[in-house]
Design a binder for this molecule. Sequence first.
Ligand SMILES: [Zn+2]
Length: 352
Amino acid sequence: MPLPVVFPDKHVLHVPDGEIWVGIRIVGTELPSRGEVIAAALREGGYPFFSSEPISVTDLTSVHTPGLVEFLRTAWDRWQASSYPTEPGQDRVVPYAFPLTDMTSGRPPRRPVSVGALTGMYAMDTMTLIGPGTWEAVEDAAAAALTAATMVAAGAEAVYAAVRPPGHHAGTSFYGGACYLNNAALAAKRLVELDFGPVVVIDLDAHHGNGTQQIFYRTDTVRYGSLHIDPAAGYFPHWLGFADETGDGEGQSANLNLPLDPGTADEAWLASVRRLVSFGDGAKSMVVSLGVDAWKHDPESPLQVTVDGYAQAGALVAQLGVPTVIVQEGGYDLSTLGELVAGFLDGFERGR
Ligand SMILES: [Zn+2]
């Protein structure tokens, strides 16, 4: 029996229309067609589809600060009300200055008047643009992840939330890396609230989920384990994802990073998946951050994982044998994206 799929229809409203990459606008890879390709593959595979249930702001502030939620909700309107849209190339919300901690001698930065500067208080990069329908899509993605968690808590063995935009780079009070709200973290937090903690988050995306790590760094109610391209080899998110980040305070030893060399292929990648599954021992439920950008022809990573590798990973994580929410993260090769996701979900079903 194929897994239930929660699909947020409003994802198509989020059209970043590029990213500002080292000073110039490029086409970008986090496109509306990603959601459509995944949905088409799963409809063809006979998966039952569900819509996301409505949510309120308090559902989001279980993980994120009210300031970030309010900023994302209003950023587009604020931008429209400013003079930026009449200037060439300023048709999306983008920061240009960032209040680094040392600039203010550690004091909280004063709230700026300029919306461009305000954006720099919440954005960690210039690649994550906000357009007219971004908030509606971001909210629907978060709602889909929360709906999947609720379904699992109500008795479904596993549910897949086919969301975009992705979420694992977004933290408590910041967004970036094509992510706005942290869908996987919201699902994990809801599972804890519904008495399904401790939760283990297993992050299979090719990049380190710095946002999920930050959100749960000081707690052991949600463990975070990730395998990803080594930031020391020059990859995003650059400052985080190293093996010595193991958690802090009550979260000590509840964070596990497994950085991988460029070119890592199935065998070594799957050995790391096994380590993440062991790390999840004793968890009462699991959230899988399913990025499929470790695929060997993905434009965003130098890892060399195959479709069969992802299917085997599905079978391995299923062996943990706990209620599971699977949340979509990255994966940018449109020609294979549907096959990679379906392969993982098939493997998961076989592994149960
Ligand atoms: Zn990624």
